[in-house]
Design a protein around this ligand. Structure first.
Ligand code: ZN
Ligand code: ZN
Ligand code: ZN
Ligand code: ZN
Length: 343
């Protein structure tokens, strides 16, 4: 293809591939924890790192990485404290991040408004060969951790109290997740831009949740959607001469709207969808609950209910011969009932 003759396009497409795979793989845990906006805040913090890098003429990728990782760890400690004041502290940190970045960039030698625009909204010409090597290493590490430890991250996201009682290092795991978000923000900043980074972590996951039948299926679908919209967005950006990040995000939103319309239509034809309320336990082949085949998937018998994994939550399923289970209500309780959260 003609456009592949351009070195910058080859780099932009490779970067898009890396982002498309890693951003949703991390984003699914943010969606599960209802922290969809944290990535957005980290993008703001990263801008100060970029400003420091340009001002001191060190690589902006490295300074952005240091700033964002430090920010991520601070955010996680504040969240762990769980006070209302931490909400305001986060907001102050995010505003400070973007304001500091804008001021530092304005003072950096040779910096122009176009330069700031490229950092905020992405540009296909901005990925250097050096960046690409760093991005590839970081993305592979993030993917390996996010996919390799998915069961643990899922359990912590489902219920922190239960995870703590089960002996999982919840704070450490949350910090690892926050650092992965920070790294993803930096890997995505060239092509997607810091103001839009978060969308690529969240929107493909939102699409996948509507069609995924299991957690693993949802992750895989989100990654496919992520790659399609990021690579497709870079192509479109080249031909339409538009900022790449905004193009990618619009493509993702278009896919989301179409999927939402399609699944809403299908749900109307199929009847209601019952999400298990406040489900605090991750079912699996070794969890001890009996697995029962049901149509094209398995249900787990859990406190008198049938639970089927659906995206990042569980659905209540019913079978014709199952009336007595459903009528029986919750039993004395497995691990989930004991860890029930009051929220
Ligand atoms: Zn179970
Ligand atoms: Zn079922
Ligand atoms: Zn269950
Ligand atoms: Zn569901």
């Amino acid at each position: 293809m003609e456009i592949l003759q351009f070195d910058f396009m080859q780099r932009a497409l490779l970067a898009a591939l890396l982002i498309g795979l890693s951003a949703p793989a991390v984003g699914i845990y943010l969606v599960q924890r209802r922290l969809a906006l944290i990535g957005d805040g980290m993008g703001h913090v990263a801008l100060t790192g970029v400003g420091i890098g340009l001002l001191t003429r060190s690589g902006p990728v490295w300074t952005a990485l240091v700033c964002t990782v430090v920010g991520a760890v601070l955010i996680e400690f504040m969240r762990a404290k769980g006070r209302t004041s931490s909400d305001v502290a986060l907001a102050v940190m995010f505003y400070g991040g973007i304001a500091g970045g804008v001021v530092l960039l304005a003072k950096a030698p040779g910096s122009t408004p176009a330069n700031l625009n490229a950092y905020l909204f992405g540009s296909i010409t901005s990925t250097t060969p050096g960046d690409l090597v760093v991005f590839a290493v970081l993305a592979v590490v993030v993917l390996a951790v996010a996919l390799g430890m998915s069961r643990v991250f899922f359990t912590v996201g489902a219920d922190e109290e239960y995870a703590t009682a089960a002996g999982l290092p919840v704070l450490a795991l949350n910090i690892v997740l926050a650092v992965m978000v920070a790294v993803t923000v930096v890997v995505s900043m060239r092509v997607v831009g810091l103001l839009l980074v978060s969308a690529l972590m969240i929107v493909p996951v939102a699409v996948a949740q509507r069609v995924g039948r299991s957690f693993a299926g949802t992750v895989a679908t989100a990654m496919v959607v992520g790659v399609l919209v990021s690579v497709g967005g870079v192509f479109t950006s080249f031909y339409a001469d538009t900022p790449s990040g905004a193009t990618i995000v619009l493509a993702a939103i278009a896919v989301f709207v179409l999927t939402a319309a399609g699944t809403a239509l299908r749900a109307r034809m199929r009847g209601p969808h019952n999400e298990a309320e406040d489900h605090l336990h991750a079912h699996g082949p070794t969890c001890g609950h009996r697995a029962v085949p049901h149509e094209d998937h398995v249900d787990y018998l859990h406190d008198g209910h049938r639970h089927a994994p659906h995206g990042a939550h569980y659905d209540e399923h019913f079978a014709e011969d199952d009336e007595e289970h459903v009528a029986g209500g919750p039993g004395p309780g497995g691990p989930a009932a004991q860890g029930r959260r009051s929220s």
